[in-house]
Design a binder for this molecule. Structure first.
Ligand code: AMP
Length: 283
């Protein structure tokens, strides 16, 4: 496994692999790797010949400077972990490498996606995400890129960006990997206490319970979602949103599902850590 820091070297390596007829897969991350990230690497390796992972804590997607500063950084440990995975190259650029003066950004219009749910609570977040992913795509030039459904709105944003800019990359959505208690694995979980991680398992329990009420009992979102919010508040969460939306557009669903699919999306704070999760309801 090779660790590269410079974009031009990264480009050369990928070009050489492509000349040899290899299919290139890519997994962009911000590091502090866990089994969720490794599942993306595995999925990528199952589809491609060469797997490239990037580790870059992207400053432009953090609207809160403290969140950026305290974001966990565990590079040595990440590289050790990747050595045991099906990963061929690790790209670890510096901020200067990713954002050289005068660097351009394709004209992506995220429209309402930038202003709802995560976008409403983290202004500019998705612009930063789209910006860094576009730059990484131009450097790594992958045939495929794996993204976790854990960050559901991000996945939709990336799909929209790829479509708008007509980028030649296939986006592969990968299922959320969870702890045994149901808590979605996240680098941010490192900042929770043991008790906090236990409490946070309520997110998945509440959403699973809501999904039954919505899909099987046919309840109206407004009659059951507030109860889910109350349960999470009782555990100690400060809730930003818990909403039922259409899976492709993320438009809110107000009527009973009645056989349609939906996605429940959650964001909230516990022990000063911001957690997100979601649950697809496929009827
Ligand atoms: P991050 O390092 O948090 O930016 O995440 C990098 C990639 O890993 C994104 O595509 C995430 O959606 C994905 N990811 C993060 N946590 C999980 C998880 N628990 N299960 C599956 N994918 C995940």
């Amino acid at each position: 496994m090779r660790v590269l820091h410079v974009s031009s070297r990264m480009k050369e390596e990928v070009e050489r692999a492509r000349e040899n007829g290899k299919l290139i897969g890519f997994v962009p991350t911000m590091g502090a790797l866990h089994k969720g990230h490794l599942s993306l690497v595995d999925q990528c390796a199952a589809l491609c010949d060469v797997v490239v992972i990037s580790i870059f804590v992207n400053p432009t997607q953090f609207n809160d400077p403290t969140d950026f500063q305290t974001y966990p950084r565990t590079l040595d440990q990440d590289i050790k972990l990747l050595e045991t995975a099906s990963c061929h190259m690790v790209f670890v650029p510096s901020v200067e490498e990713m954002y050289p003066k005068g660097g351009s950004f394709g004209d992506v219009n995220l429209g309402r996606l930038d202003n709802i749910l995560e976008g409403a609570h983290r202004p500019g977040h998705f612009h930063g995400v789209a910006q860094v992913v576009e730059r990484l795509f131009r450097i790594v030039a992958p045939d495929m890129a794996c993204f976790g459904m854990k960050d559901y709105q991000q996945l939709i944003v990336i799909q929209q960006m790829v479509k708008q800019l007509d980028l030649p990359v296939r986006i592969v959505p990968c299922p959320t990997v969870r702890d045994l208690n149901g808590l979605a694995m996240s680098s941010r979980n490192l900042r929770l206490s043991d008790a906090g991680r236990q409490k946070a398992s309520a997110i998945h329990r509440v959403m699973t319970d809501l999904s039954k009420k919505l899909a099987i009992e046919g309840l109206q979102p407004a009659s059951c979602i507030p109860l889910g919010i109350k349960m999470l508040e009782d555990v100690g969460f400060s809730i930003e949103y818990l909403s039922l939306c259409e899976p492709e557009t993320l438009l809110p669903i107000e009527d009973p599902l009645n056989g349609r699919s939906g996605v429940l999306l959650f964001a909230g704070w516990l022990e000063e850590v911001r957690l997100i999760d979601n649950l697809l309801i496929n009827v």
